[in-house]
Design a protein around this ligand. Sequence first.
Ligand code: PMP
Length: 419
Amino acid sequence: MTQKTMHTSDFRPLDVQAIRGDFPIFSDTPPLAFLDSAASTQTPRPVVEAMDAYYDTYRSNIHRGIYRISEEATEQHENARKKLAHLINAPRTSQIVFTRNTTESINLVAYSWGSINISQGDEIVLTDLEHHSNLVPWQMLAQRTGATLRYLEITDQGLLDFTQLQDLLSEKTKLVAITHVSNVLGTINPIQSVIDAAHAAGAKVLIDAAQSVPHFHVDVQQLDCDFLAFSGHKMCGPTGVGVLYGKLDLLEEMPPFLGGGSMIRSVERDISTYADVPAKFEAGTPSIAEAIGLGAAADYITQAGLASIHVHEQELIKYAHDRLQDIEGITIYGPAPHQKAGVISFNIDGIHPHDVAGILDTHNIAIRAGHHCAQPLMKKLDVIATARASFYLYNTLEDVDRLYEALQKAQALMIRRKQ
Ligand code: PMP
């Protein structure tokens, strides 16, 4: 992360035990060691309670009913939008478009912005680190329009090779779409430099912030990014809701993505006029409870303190590197701990990562194994899959110790099985 995006004003050590008390899933003995937050986090009580309050006391559709509970639902839904705007320091609440997830946010831009801005011969710059969500929509756009995808590669250390950036950017470049944090290697990309260089070349920038907004301060005004996408379920919120932030002039000139109710101003038989942003992009009944839950999640991580979450994860990732590198035959992928978020991908000689994850599960430890929706990156690393542990505000050093000990046992078990 660049120093510019790292606020320290809200730093105070996390009270991890108090935080864990908010998550009923950790109340078993021994507790679940949940090391898969990069896929989806757990949900604290205040988020569930905010959604329960909607269902129990004011469930109704929004923006329509002229009655008390519908007005309350509308108010709570729009309040959540304000909380999300505040979280990323968006200049206006209307720049927060609710979507289903990061994937839908990126598809919205690829379809809508792409349809009026990309044509034959244009170039879109991606990186080796992209999740399929920030890759396939651009492939589809390139196939529709005749545009070309170009890739900023990574070094052997898993860092973006900035020496290539200037060569990649030209007057043909219309967009740079880049992940803030790699979901596989944990690499924190210096996106400020990418944004500045892309803008100097006249290109727009979309940030896939699925792995950054939940973990440290992201300030869209400071970054000056054009679009930013993230998911609720990776930041203590519910599934089924995500966010697209966009610069207002861009959102205003973009055509709608989906047509239907809520996104119109007036409809005639052959033609319609569309509502202002964000409604223009929110056709149909939205995920109301989920948006309200996401607002509560934004409050939750803000109250914990994003700087505190980041520092806590730094401690965990450093400790995980220190411990895991002692395991014989382990390969840890990606850069040094200080250049990454709380994600550690690894393989152990002679054990398939799926077996690693399966054995850890018998110790009540949840990690992920597979290609992590990043097949081109797997190819680059010359592996078919990795095991991945990822951390969040509720993880402890004991979780790392349990991971280490269970990996040792998994290795011993596999050696015995092969004898
Ligand atoms: N981008 C990154 C970097 C991710 O880690 C993920 C989720 N693994 C996504 C995009 C897609 O998120 P979602 O499935 O919520 O759309």
